[in-house]
Design a protein around this ligand. Structure first.
Ligand SMILES: NC(=O)c1ccc[n+]([C@@H]2O[C@H](COP(=O)([O-])OP(=O)(O)OC[C@H]3O[C@@H](n4cnc5c(N)ncnc54)[C@H](O)[C@@H]3O)[C@@H](O)[C@H]2O)c1
Length: 383
């Protein structure tokens, strides 16, 4: 191991994303042995000592902290990884960048554009390596869609369609705010399904099909009041429970997006479809190793939707894993992002999506919310 350069990680948070990122740090070296850098799990931080200590022991961190500022103050940390709720992202990212640390951050970048812009500025001023975990870009089938679209095979693109449907907040007794339920509290989350779910769809959409020009949206908050976990009081729910928007892309395509946490039966129906002049592509997270494609150039008598299993070694990332025909899963998208980040340190190229890229998604999310509130079309300012 001595020949490898160390990337000493300070991770903030011990929840769902803390686990996926830590798994990424642990696995990347094993499956991407050519990388010059090796992540070292230096420290992990959460407010409750008992919880963070247990996390550090279980996942193999050398130490733990209970105040994120202490992580940033440490000389033995190269990169700060932000896996906290959305309202914590800005303060941590700005302080980390100002201290000269690399910054890896969960999505959405922040609660608003006003909060996100200073983060981008701080990163630019410090000139530190950075990335934001819009990890669906690194599911092999989705990465392959990018390659196919960029090859021009689809021709002119007419339609982009995406869904992200869940059903976990239908129960009116579910409280809002606090541990595990911060997503229902606009103060912590910024918005509801728009920032949480549609942000992923928007990032993928703009990566695959270019900037979104303007949007027209409707949102709904089905359950208007919930008990707040922190205060025990019934308070107004300010997040969007569901959001539907349509849009124009800069390339002339029309976009249609829907996200909700009220689609009974759907746990994470995250789908995308692109319809071009010559071909269409379709992907579904529930069937994430498959890419569906319709190619009008096929021989007419056998023309139809193909369902392609993405496990061959000449398909994106798959040469790193097992043998053709054997699948990988959700967690691998994080391993891939960590590996790509480590690679970017060697090449000096940005590991996209960067903070700057994530700000573009934030701008679309904000235009969506503003459009719904004002019942009017809104420009995103990106075109
Ligand atoms: N990329 C993805 O697919 C994806 C999926 C889920 C969540 N996320 C994003 O990841 C972030 C975290 O989400 P999660 O699901 O892991 O949430 P979570 O509720 O599971 O974990 C949040 C963690 O932050 C910690 N925390 C809160 N305040 C803190 C503070 N002041 N100091 C230190 N730690 C603090 C909590 O203790 C908890 O460990 C959010 O921004 C979310 O939007 C991204």
């Amino acid at each position: 191991m001595a020949h490898k350069k160390e990337l000493r990680i300070g991770l903030i948070g011990t929840g769902l994303m803390a686990r996926t990122h830590t798994n990424g740090y642990k696995r990347s070296g094993d499956f991407f042995p050519e990388l010059e850098y090796r992540p070292v799990l230096k420290t992990v931080c959460a407010r409750t000592e008992e919880k963070v200590k247990a996390f550090a022991e279980q996942w193999g961190y050398e130490s733990y902290e209970t105040d994120w500022r202490a992580v940033i103050a440490r000389d033995d940390i190269d990169a700060v990884d932000i896996c906290t709720p959305n309202h914590m992202h800005a303060n941590i990212a700005i302080a980390a960048a100002e201290a000269g640390k690399m910054v890896l951050c969960e999505k959405p970048l922040a609660r608003s554009v006003a909060e996100a812009q200073p983060m981008v500025d701080a990163i630019a001023k410090a000139g530190v390596a950075n990335t934001v975990f819009y990890n669906y870009r690194r599911i092999p089938a989705v990465t392959l869609i990018k390659q196919i679209v960029d090859s021009g095979k689809l021709g002119k693109i007419f339609h982009y369609r995406a869904n992200f449907l869940q059903d976990w907040t239908i129960n009116p007794e579910l409280p809002q705010g606090g541990e595990a339920l911060w997503r229902l509290d606009a103060e912590a989350a910024g918005s509801g399904v728009t920032g949480d779910l549609l942000a992923h769809c928007i990032d993928s959409a703009m990566w695959l099909n270019g900037p979104i020009k303007d949007v027209s949206a409707v949102t709904e908050t089905f359950i208007k009041e919930r008990v707040h976990q922190d205060t025990g009081e019934v308070t107004k729910v300010s997040i969007d429970d569901a959001c539907i928007f349509h849009c124009h892309f800069e390339n002339g395509a029309l976009g249609l997006f829907e996200a909700t946490r009220y689609a009974r039966g759907h746990k994470a129906l995250n789908t995308l479809e692109i319809n071009g002049e010559h071909a269409s592509l379709r992907w579904d997270l529930h069937d994430m190793n498959y890419l569906e494609m319709y190619d009008h150039a096929d021989d007419a008598v056998v023309r139809g939707w193909r369902r392609i299993l993405i496990t061959d070694s000449d398909q994106p990332y798959m040469d790193k894993w097992w043998i053709p025909g054997t699948s990988i899963g959700y967690e691998h998208s994080f391993v891939h992002q960590v590996a790509d980040f480590l690679k970017s340190l060697e090449t000096g190229e940005a590991c996209e999506p960067t903070f700057e890229n994530a700000l573009m998604t934030q701008k679309v999310c904000e235009a969506v919310i503003n459009s719904a509130n004002s019942k009017s079309w809104k420009d995103t300012g990106l075109v």
